[in-house]
Ligand binder design. Structure first.
Ligand code: HEM
Length: 183
């Protein structure tokens, strides 16, 4: 069985080459040339690496039964041959988000922001995996990972722009948008 841990190692080796970085909100991270993704909890910084961001896959928090069914019909797997572009977008939300009750967070996430509804429009072009890291004491709360074909890059930009306009995003205090291509 594969581990629920994923470690994103930024440095000079790895299958993904960094093509651009946007510091969307809050503190930047050191620029790197390459990204190595390990399906493990990598604790020691490998030689030549600048940073490791760690997260775990987890259960859904805000997704209803109907949404899960709709998602399962269209969402693709990662590692598709033609999906040679990727984005790693680490995100941290403000403490007042975490102070809210679950139902209020769901209301902001979907009823107000239409996160899943908007995202669904970009499936199956975009494959994704959400990693949680707030409870690991990591600098970000989430590591979001997306893969898509070069021809879907501008659609992905539209998706990200739409989410950043949402009520949910008013709670984002730190966000770095790292774009990559597969070597
Ligand atoms: C969470 C769908 C794109 C950032 C979620 C969840 C769903 C979802 C269903 C809720 C998981 C749960 O129930 O816990 C999608 C779809 C997308 C998409 C279908 C289309 C590709 C994006 C993008 C970003 C993003 C582009 C970043 C720019 C996040 C974050 C969370 C999340 C940070 C966690 C929110 C929280 O727990 O507070 N997404 N998403 N998503 N997504 Fe997306």
């Amino acid at each position: 069985m594969s581990s629920r841990f994923y470690s994103f190692v930024g440095g000079s080796t790895g299958r993904w080459s960094v093509t651009g970085v946007s510091y969307v909100a809050g503190e930047p991270i050191s620029p790197v040339d390459r990204l190595n993704i390990q399906n493990a909890n990598t604790l020691q910084l490998p030689e030549g690496a600048e940073w490791i961001l760690r997260g775990v896959t987890s259960n859904h928090r805000y997704t209803t039964k109907d949404e899960l069914e709709s998602l399962s019909q269209v969402q693709p797997q990662l590692n598709r041959e033609h999906a040679t572009c990727a984005a790693l977008i680490p995100i941290k939300k403000r403490s007042d988000w975490w102070d809210l009750p679950q139902d209020t967070r769901r209301d902001i996430f979907e009823s107000q922001s239409r996160h899943t509804t908007i995202g669904m429009k970009y499936l199956p072009a975009v494959a994704r995996r959400l990693h949680h890291c707030r409870d690991l004491g990591e600098p970000f709360d989430f590591l979001t990972w997306f893969e898509f074909a070069p021809s879907d890059s501008s659609a992905f930009d539209d998706l990200v722009a739409a989410l950043r306009e949402s009520a949910e995003w008013t709670f984002v205090e730190r966000e770095v948008d790292i774009r990559l291509t597969r070597i």
